[in-house]
Design a protein around this ligand. Structure first.
Ligand SMILES: NC(=O)c1ccc[n+]([C@@H]2O[C@H](COP(=O)([O-])OP(=O)(O)OC[C@H]3O[C@@H](n4cnc5c(N)ncnc54)[C@H](O)[C@@H]3O)[C@@H](O)[C@H]2O)c1
Length: 353
């Protein structure tokens, strides 16, 4: 770990933002120096809870008074682009967002490009791709330990194909070390297919990957809810926990589950938010890439948009990258606008911690 104590600002400090604030308060190399939150009453409570005096109603006022090293953007999705762009212009070294990163592809592009142009480390959020066990399973797959990858499948791709489906897409891309280059999809129910949001939409389909693999996509229930990748002898299964590893077959032809023996990880607090934050801070310190990046979230949005587009056009194959960057898929209103606006405000008692 570096000797630097990073100065951190939390921008948007509701339910999820407070999880980040807890983490950044705990780590020895970070200090929360400012919070921006639109809700005045909650803001005051958070100042006391996290011992932060510099409290602002919006990102612009925060940056005018206090440019942090690290900006942690946890506003509702609608406000992420403006916050990210303002932080890049102000000279912040590292920025993280939450999921989904945007509704419109060109907004996600603007964030990724602004960070790239200014050399800002751009991390994603609380995603299972950032679990140390997921990262280790991917590294072991890539090392050839399990043999050549022969197939992949995605399960549980429904309900929220952007808001939650970004978990699946970011792990599929990691495990296979490939991008989705074509999507063909079938969607239901009709009301969800005709809506502007991803809410309730179930997608079945097929992803063609850039390494030649064809990936079956199941939105309707199967016994799994995550991503399977297999070789001749082995199966790596991410199902919302540390990935299971199966090696070889018993005399009846069933796969044999083996102990993955994942390496110890020095951080254990805050579940997979920890891998997300620690890999982000390492990247700001010049060591590697965040385990989940803003660019990963952009790719996931793009795949979700392509899937819905294919499904609404009688399952036409859709090539990626999408040429029309004005295409959009909105998350459910809570994610887009936050609890205060959509009838689920966080109470002051809850914000007090
Ligand atoms: N990765 C995960 O597991 C996960 C889980 C929950 C939420 N999220 C995502 O996190 C984001 C926030 O969700 P939440 O549950 O914390 O919502 P929330 O409604 O509890 O909190 C949002 C906070 O942002 C503040 N806010 C709203 N607009 C703002 C603005 N323009 N500038 C500054 N502050 C602003 C609100 O006052 C509120 O305190 C959403 O994008 C959501 O999709 C991710």
């Amino acid at each position: 770990m570096s000797d630097t104590k990073y100065r951190v600002a939390i921008i948007g400090c509701g339910r999820m933002g407070q999880n980040y604030a807890e983490a950044y308060t705990t780590y020895p190399d970070t200090e929360i120096v400012a919070i921006a939150d639109a809700n005045a009453e909650r803001r005051e409570v958070l100042g006391t809870r996290f011992n932060v005096a510099a409290l602002y109603p919006d990102v612009e006022t925060l940056l005018a008074n206090n440019v942090p090293d690290i900006a942690v953007v946890v506003t509702p999705t609608k406000y992420m682009k403006d916050a990210v762009l303002a932080c890049t212009e102000a000279g912040v070294k590292g920025i993280s967002t939450e999921k989904p990163i945007a509704a419109r592809l060109e907004d996600a592009d603007a964030m990724v490009e602004a960070c790239t142009e200014r050399g800002v480390v751009f991390a994603g959020g609380n995603l299972q791709r950032a679990m140390n066990e997921v990262q280790e399973a991917a590294a072991r797959l890539h090392s050839g330990e399990f043999g050549d990858i022969r197939g992949a499948s995605v399960h549980g791709f429904g309900g929220e194909i952007s808001g939650g489906g970004c978990q699946h897409i970011s792990i599929l891309r990691l495990f296979t070390n490939a991008e989705v280059e074509e999507v063909i999809a079938w969607g239901s129910p009709t009301e969800a297919l005709n809506a502007e949001t991803d809410e309730g939409l179930i997608i079945n389909g097929r992803f063609q990957l850039t390494n030649g693999l064809e990936c079956s996509v199941f939105g309707t229930p199967t016994p799994c809810r995550g991503v399977d990748v297999w070789t001749g002898e082995c199966l790596v299964r991410w199902d919302w926990n540390p990935p299971e590893i199966f090696k070889g077959y018993d005399p009846h032809g069933n796969r044999i589950r083996c102990e993955p023996n994942y390496s110890p990880y020095p951080w254990s607090e805050f579940n997979y938010l920890t891998g997300s934050i620690r890999s982000f801070l390492a990247a700001v310190n010049g060591e590697g890439q965040p385990w989940i990046t803003g660019a990963d979230l952009r790719q996931a949005l793009e795949v979700a948009i392509a899937a819905k587009r294919s499904a609404t056009r009688n399952s036409v194959p859709i090539k990626l990258p999408l040429e029309d960057r004005s295409l959009a898929l909105y998350p459910r209103p809570y994610r887009w606008l936050g609890g205060d606006v959509t009838g689920r405000p966080q109470s002051i008692e809850e914000a007090t911690g």
